[in-house]
Every structure is written in C-alpha cells, then in structure tokens.
Design a protein around this ligand. Structure first.
Ligand code: ZN
Length: 264
C-alpha cells in the first residue's frame, strides 16, 4: 500500500470490492480531496494510443491521463452510482481533481462516478458493487422473498381450503351412507313386523280369510308368489325370525286383536 502523509484526510483501506480510499478527517463539501495524476498519453501517438488499462482518464479527444502509476493514490477511489465526490476535469490544464460534493465523515469511503463509458465497459458486465446498487439488489431480493412467501401462503391457504372441502364432502358422504344403512336396518326390522301380522293372521284365519274384521280391504287371499316374496326377508335375518317367533308366541297368548299385536 502506498505511503500517505498523516496530514492528508484519507487513507487506503479494505472496501467491499478490494481496496478503497477512506476519509480520516471530516471533508467539507466542495473541497479538493486529491489530484488524479499520471503520464499524459497523446492519442496521436501510436505508442500512447496502444496503452490499455483500467486507470485511463480521458481529458478530451487527444489527451488521456494514465493513472495506473503507483504514486497516483486517487486510483484507489472506487466508483459509486451515488457518490460523495466528483472528478473535476480541467482539460486545458490537463489536470483532474477529485472534489467532495457532500460533507464526508471520517471512516466514509470516498467515491466518484466513473462515467457511462467506464460503467458500460467494466461494471455492467460484472454488476456494480457500489452501496446504491447493493441496496437496490438487497431491496429486490427482499421483494422477491416477500413475493415467494406470499405465493407460498396463498398455495397453503388454497390447499387447506381444498382439504376442508374434501373432508366435508367425505363427512357428508359418510353421514349419507350411515343414514341409508339406518334406513335399511329400520326397513328390515319393520318388514317382519308387518309380515308377522299377515302370516299370523293367515294362520289365525286358517288360510281362508286374511282379516275377518275388514273384509272389504283384504278380501282376496294372497297368492303363493306374493307370500314367497314376502317371507324371504324373514328367513334372511336371524334376528327378524327371532322377533317373529317371539311375537308369534305373544300372539298365541294374546286375544288376537290387531291393536294388541301392534303394541307387542
Ligand atoms: Zn452502482
């Protein structure tokens, strides 16, 4: 690192991109900080025009300062898109000064804008690392992260809603199936009761008449086919036949009226 007089308001130090120039004292806005200097290159001379490095400072069409020399401490100043200093170019004098355009506090890095040509050639391809650009990138990253989180939350909400919908659908189907089963069970339990009456009445009536008390309604004896269909569910359910047997017993003990049979 170059030796810098302690009287100077700056020092060379580590920056985010390597080395940089930092204020060691307060530098007031408008103050000349340092001269950017080096051999003058004449674009009319082939030898001069062939020189190529990152520290060339073009004064005008003809003259360029080659700032790559070690003694040029100003070459440590990094570029910034929102700088606190600027290059003050004096083409006639063929001199360049770096001047503060803001009050610079001790510890602050000193920056100036290298200009569009330099930016396009050297910084844009690798991405500018200046504080302003880093801040911009950080903001973009935060926004992208927030957007990702928002989308994730949205997807989760949707999935939850769908799961709830599916669960409700399943519960509905289950309760419907349960209700159907209960209905069927009730039907099975009810059927033998009705049949019992018919069968018992038939037995009571000795197969001649089904119901003597209401002949107009059931005067016609049941055919063999109807009886077969009617009796089938009774045989299918052990429980039902048990009920039937039990009620038959009750029936034989009872007086034989329909109201008593129904309450039994
Ligand atoms: Zn930048």
């Amino acid at each position: 690192m170059p030796v810098i007089s302690p009287k100077k308001p700056y020092r060379v130090g580590r920056s985010r991109t390597g080395l940089g120039l930092f204020a060691t004292q307060r530098i007031k806005k408008g103050t000349k900080i340092i001269r950017y200097f080096g051999p003058l290159l004449d674009s009319k001379k082939k030898k001069d025009d062939a020189i190529e490095n990152k520290y060339l400072f073009e004064l005008n069409n003809r003259w360029t300062i080659d700032g790559s020399v070690r003694k040029n401490v100003a070459r440590y100043i990094n570029h910034a898109c929102k700088p606190n200093a600027e290059s003050d170019v004096r083409p006639r004098k063929r001199k360049v000064f770096i001047r503060a355009i803001k009050n610079i506090e001790p510890g602050d890095e000193i920056n100036y804008d290298y200009g569009t040509d330099y930016f396009k050639a050297y910084l844009k391809p690798i991405g500018c690392k200046c504080a302003a650009c880093e801040k911009k990138r950080k903001k973009k990253r935060a926004e992208a992260r927030a957007e990702r989180l928002r989308l994730k939350a949205k997807a989760e909400r949707k999935a939850k809603k769908e799961a709830e919908k599916e669960a409700a659908k399943r519960a509905k189907a289950k309760s419907r199936a349960k209700a159907k089963k209960a209905k069927e069970k009730a039907k099975v339990e009810l059927k033998p009761e009705r049949k019992r009456k018919v069968v018992s009445k038939r037995r009571v009536a000795n197969g001649l008449q089904l119901n003597g008390s209401t002949p107009s309604r059931r005067s016609r004896p049941k055919t063999a086919a109807t009886l077969a269909v009617v009796e089938q569910p009774i045989a299918a359910t052990g429980e039902a036949s048990a009920i039937l047997q039990a009620s038959n017993l009750t029936m034989s003990a009872a007086t034989g009226t329909e109201t008593q049979q129904a309450s039994a």
